[in-house]
Design a protein around this ligand. Structure first.
Ligand SMILES: [Zn+2]
Length: 113
């Protein structure tokens, strides 16, 4: 269950940021999570709530934005949403594509009190 490790990582980032801002409490956390990370938002919420108990983030509302898997074709420069992990350019059929979105795991925004 890798959500537990991820929840811990998020909590550390949040605790650092809150301490740097002299904040006492974290009220809201916005996360961006790429599709490719295979994180279950519900599992992450559950783990985070368990780990945040007794910390400054105890009552923080967790907002999770799932970032879709987007590739860019290196031959024709087209960006396209990937479905069913077909990493082939729908325009020119090239296999030379790079993932430009979908691997994110970041704290995008933090509200403190
Ligand atoms: Zn192409």
């Amino acid at each position: 269950m890798h959500e537990m490790a991820i929840a811990q990582g998020i909590l550390e980032i949040v605790a650092d940021a809150a301490a740097n801002n002299g904040a006492g409490k974290v009220s809201r956390i916005k996360l961006q999570i790429g599709q490719l990370t295979a994180i279950e938002p519900d599992a992450l919420r559950f783990c985070f709530a368990a780990m945040a108990a007794g910390t400054m983030a105890e009552r923080a509302e967790l907002e999770i934005e799932i970032m879709p898997l987007i590739c860019r074709c290196q031959d024709c420069s087209r960006s396209f949403a990937v479905e069913a992990f077909r990493l082939v350019c729908p325009d020119c059929g090239s296999h030379r594509t790079e993932i430009t979105s979908g691997r994110e795991l970041r704290v995008e925004h933090l509200e403190v009190e």
